[in-house]
Ligand binder design. Structure first.
Ligand code: ZN
Length: 263
């Protein structure tokens, strides 16, 4: 029987029938993998704790002729604290969504997996500001998926802009110098330097980022506009965050939010 064992993080799910789910799992070895989990919503199911977003585990999967089916899962980490805090949950959900959309099927992306794993770890157990962590995650996400914005040289003419007084951040390409046709919003030297530093950290150092309110706002706005413009799925991923932030009182439980993001 074709049975595989894969380590992965559950990025999404869709309920179907009375007690089943289809899970999307971002695996280390095989990229994104969708698999059925039969009966996993029954309280007595051995899969009940495994079939939740954010769960990292080792999944035993039967890959028959039809859709793959999960036989068993050894849960290694639930990142449970993310579910107990609304802001962390919203940010974590966008991280999952971005990785879900970026992870290729049947193709590993270890750098992206490591980024997600460490970001969720810090989001659960770290003390750094979740918004700073998200800025760091986002610029690094763009880098590992091949969409790194210009932060050192002008996106248009290629000139080093590190000493320039006037720089804008275009949603198409990133930083542009004053001599080139200007688009986007003005960006400070501090914000650009912040993004450069975030890019050279190790994944294990992401909690070192500490931004002032002003710089955090600048970086967030620049990267959000860039991501929405540059990635096909950027707008949709950010709508998860924006919807979540807009309706905190109606969210109730984290479960309902995770489910409502399915489409
Ligand atoms: Zn230029």
């Amino acid at each position: 029987m074709p049975v595989i064992c894969v380590d992965g993080i559950v990025t999404r799910y869709a309920n179907y029938r009375e007690s089943d789910r289809i899970l999307s799992i971002f695996t280390i070895d095989r990229g994104r993998l969708d698999a059925k989990a039969r009966g996993c919503r029954k309280p007595q199911s051995p899969l009940v704790n495994a079939c939740q977003p954010f769960v990292f585990g080792q999944f035993e999967i039967y890959t028959g002729k039809e859709r793959a089916t999960i036989n068993a899962c050894e849960v290694k980490e639930t990142f449970y604290p993310i579910r107990e805090d609304y802001e962390r949950f919203s940010i974590g959900s966008v991280m999952l969504r971005l990785c879900h959309d970026a992870a290729p099927e049947n193709e590993p992306n270890e750098a992206l997996f490591s980024l997600l794993y460490h970001a969720l770890s810090f989001l659960s157990y770290g003390v750094s500001n979740p918004k700073d962590l998200f800025c760091c995650f986002l610029v690094r996400f763009l880098n590992v998926t091949g969409y790194r914005p210009a932060v050192t040289t002008c996106a248009q003419c290629g000139r080093d802009i590190r000493n320039d007084a006037i720089v804008r951040f275009s949603p198409r390409g990133g930083a542009t110098c004053a001599a080139c046709p200007q688009q986007g919003q003005p960006v400070s030297k501090t914000a650009l330097e912040g993004m450069r530093r975030m890019l050279v950290l190790e994944d294990t150092q992401m909690d070192r980022v500490k931004l002032s309110d002003g710089v955090r706002t600048e970086i967030s706005e620049c990267l959000a506009a860039y991501t929405k413009t540059t990635l096909d799925f950027g707008e949709r991923a950010f709508s998860v965050l924006e919807n979540a932030m807009r309706q905190p009182e109606t969210a109730g439980t984290t479960e309902s939010t995770a489910h409502s993001e399915q489409d």
